[in-house]
Unconditional design. Structure first.
Length: 157
């Protein structure tokens, strides 16, 4: 059973989703199933089929979240003492062609949100940044080709 790295923010987000699924979504779908059952013949009851499908999705997601939380390895970036890029790092990169500056935080899969600059540790970009230091240049392969970045800073906050 391998551990899943996540920040405290990522764990909190999963805890909140789990609570919502158990206290709001699960009871709601149980009520939908009961209502659809009351309509009679289940063999041609689309409402019943849809509610059962929704129930299966909710129960699957609950199991998935519980498994992730059981295997969670909480990482507090403030406690990391290294100058290398590792999980939890916030990095500032400069595109050497366009001079554009980008900021990324390397986080767990469930907390990734590219619009917020949070990239998954499992993403190709994060994988290619790992173990680099401030001042290093790194070529990152993206669907459009390759982009060369200089690592301007590595912080743990």
């Amino acid at each position: 059973m391998n551990s899943i790295p996540m920040t405290l923010r990522g764990k909190t987000k999963l805890d909140e989703e789990l609570k919502h699924l158990k206290s709001v979504e699960r009871p709601k779908v149980i009520q939908e199933i009961a209502t659809a059952r009351a309509h009679g013949d289940l063999s041609e009851n689309a409402e019943y089929d849809a509610a059962k499908e929704k129930q299966a999705f909710i129960e699957g997601r609950i199991k998935e979240i519980e498994d992730k939380l059981a295997r969670a390895q909480i990482v507090d970036p403030k406690e990391i003492r290294t100058d290398k890029i590792v999980f939890g790092a916030t990095v500032q990169l400069k595109d050497l062609d366009s001079e554009e500056i980008k900021n990324y935080s390397i986080v767990g899969t469930d907390e990734a949100d590219i619009k917020s600059g949070m990239i998954s540790i499992e993403s190709p970009v994060a994988r290619q940044l790992l173990n680099k230091r401030e001042g290093d240049c790194v070529t990152i392969r993206v669907p459009k080709g390759e982009i060369e970045y200089e690592v301007l800073s590595v912080k743990y906050e």
